[in-house]
Design a protein around this ligand. Structure first.
Ligand SMILES: [Zn+2]
Length: 591
């Protein structure tokens, strides 16, 4: 759906971008701009900039930028509509004014999931058939209070029950069938049955999915809701609804492997705890947490899978700039069991002395290759180089290589040259990912012109009088021309309404970046006129060339006399126009 431009404008008019962003970033005034430390990437000198005049923000470090809507979407992880709602409510604009169908459907799904979570929770607490589930939780020493806080539930054995129950509450079969709560093959059969269920709840309190655990040893032990419009496993973490305020306050999170670990740790007073959702810890999840915390403690199971998961998570943290340390548990223990068997104190003892991530990696490698013969040494360096490569800071990278040289008793220079030579082929994985998220755009003359016009929308009238969209070659320049044309016809005069009409994210970012660079602020009129002249010239030369080619193909053929005449007159017209351009006219742009 589309929110009417007038409402967006009204929100923008009433909102003070500095007030809103100032709640997340400490901003200092510098002339017409404000500056602060970027909330989207790690930095020590501020490159995050806001200009209230243009209503835009931009970070020179990570190239994120946009208007206040983009800021809220990014920092709160909201859709455009949700962000608009949040901002609207801050300035007292009524929400129902722009309630559209897709958002209504989304809300209805949230409502459905919440209701389902509540009914599962009720069954767990009250129904006889959930006896086994209650017993399991009791054995794992999970209290009623924790069960309530996490809204833990039980999905009944009868797969037909949930569909009937919800249908009686006026949900349509089609809606339920698409909701992700039922089997894809048979929409009346519940997806979760005979399982303990853990609702996955966002930091905004919305139930978006479930994890389910079997109680009688059936495989798979855990299943998760399928990915859907509202739920993506790799982008959410479990427990954030409750742990967020603790993570924010302490600037730290504790990452564990599973649902039961989250429950146990939270109950034991380690409230900043979260878990990935049945996947490896993804970069998206890391970025989500990075928004609230710069430090993480990893506490995975002591088994081989846990060690491997730890290793990967360390690399993920390093990539997104989270400082992480590791609590290494004894083999065959997970944090929940540890508390259950040895009490909270035992866990706290481990938590007191986490080791830094590189120490952990060395320790694990040494366990595997303990004889330290030349082969082992080689294997150890091969295991550790990828991690060292992923480190952002060259100081830290060097310190790790130093430590490795001491541990293995090898000359630093040898370690270093090995590191450099193995690094080459898969070097700069970071740059690669940056190109994926941040496509580099080649700015040719066409695009240069259109960006210059975007900087001063008054000039567009002149451009459209002198150029057609087809005179432009660059697809980006064409998109921008079309967006400007639409704004022109709708009498919309803000940079923001142009940005709203552009679908290519990389183009939007580029426009915002240029708006902050001020490189178009001097001599705009001359720049624009010169560009138009050259583009027009290029376009006409090309047409002329095409005509010449056609004429050539008709050369030995007398049947096309009419056509030839036509082409010749077209050519003459173009010659004249090209000549005119060369001489140059001096009409003014803005009148
Ligand atoms: Zn940034």
């Amino acid at each position: 759906m589309k929110i009417p431009e007038s409402i967006i404008q009204e929100i923008e008019d009433r909102i003070n971008i500095i007030d809103i962003i100032g709640k997340y970033v400490d901003l200092k005034r510098e002339g017409r701009r404000y500056r602060g430390l970027c909330p989207f990437h790690q930095e020590k000198t501020p490159s995050f900039t806001v200009t209230p005049e243009k209503g835009l923000f931009y970070c020179f470090g990570c190239q994120k930028g946009g208007n206040i809507f983009n800021f809220i979407m990014e920092i709160e992880k909201l859709s455009f509509i949700e962000a608009a709602r949040m901002l609207a409510s801050k300035v007292g604009i009524t929400i129902s004014a722009f309630e559209g169908t897709p958002s209504k459907k989304r809300e209805a799904i949230y409502e459905l999931y919440k209701r389902t979570a509540e009914v599962f929770h009720y069954i767990l607490k009250n129904k006889e058939e959930a006896g086994r589930a209650r017993e399991y939780l009791r054995k794992r020493k999970i209290t009623d209070e924790t069960i309530d806080s996490f809204l833990i539930g039980y999905a009944p054995e009868n797969r037909d029950w949930l569909f009937k129950f919800l249908q009686k509450r006026n949900y349509s079969g089609d809606f339920l069938g698409e909701s992700g709560l039922f089997s894809r093959k048979n929409r009346e059969k519940a997806f979760f049955f005979k399982r303990l269920v853990f609702p996955i709840i966002t930091s905004h309190g919305k139930v978006i999915g479930f994890g389910g655990r079997t109680l009688n040893g059936e495989e798979p032990k855990y299943i998760n809701s399928p990915d859907s419009e509202i739920f993506r496993k790799g982008e959410n973490v479990y427990g954030l609804n409750l742990s967020l305020e603790y993570i924010r306050k302490s600037g730290k999170f504790t990452l564990v492997e599973g649902y039961m670990d989250v429950l146990s740790l939270y109950q034991a007073g380690i409230n900043n705890v979260v878990a990935p959702l049945g996947t490896a810890f993804t970069e998206r999840q890391a970025y989500l947490l990075k928004r609230y915390a710069n430090e993480g403690i990893l506490m995975f199971d002591g088994d081989t899978a846990g060690v491997e998961a730890t290793r990967k998570s360390i690399e993920t943290c390093e990539k997104v700039g989270i400082d992480c340390r590791v609590v290494s548990l004894p083999e065959k223990t997970d944090p929940a069991e540890l508390i259950q068997k040895h009490g909270v104190q035992a866990l706290n003892n481990f938590l007191k002395s986490p080791i830094n991530s590189f120490e952990y990696l060395i320790k694990k490698s040494l366990e595997r290759h303990s004889s330290l013969n030349p082969e082992d040494k080689k294997a150890i360096t091969e295991e550790l180089f990828p991690y060292i490569s992923s480190i952002n800071s060259s100081v830290k990278r060097e310190a790790c290589l130093q430590e490795l040289s001491e541990t293995l008793n090898i000359d630093y220079s040898n370690i270093y040259s090995d590191f450099i030579s193995t690094r080459e082929p898969h070097a700069d994985s970071r740059n690669k990912t940056r190109i994926i998220t941040q496509k580099e755009i080649d700015i040719d003359e066409d695009l240069f012109l259109m960006i210059a016009v975007t900087e001063n929308l008054d000039y567009f009238k002149y451009v459209r009088n002198n150029l057609f969209v087809d005179d432009l070659e660059s697809p980006y320049a064409k998109s921008l021309f079309i967006a400007l044309e639409e704004c022109f016809r709708n009498n919309e005069n803000s940079l923001d309404s142009v940005l709203l009409r552009i679908e290519e994210e990389e183009l939007r970012n580029l426009i915002i970046e240029k708006a902050f660079s001020e490189e178009f602020e001097i001599n705009q009129e001359q720049i624009i006129k010169d560009c138009i002249k050259r583009i027009k010239g290029k376009s006409m030369e090309k047409k002329r060339l095409r005509i010449m080619e056609k004429l050539k193909s008709y050369e030995r053929d007398n049947t096309h006399l009419e056509k030839i005449k036509e082409l010749l007159s077209e050519k003459m017209y173009l010659d004249k126009e090209i000549e005119k351009l060369r001489v140059g006219s001096n009409d003014r742009i803005t009148d």
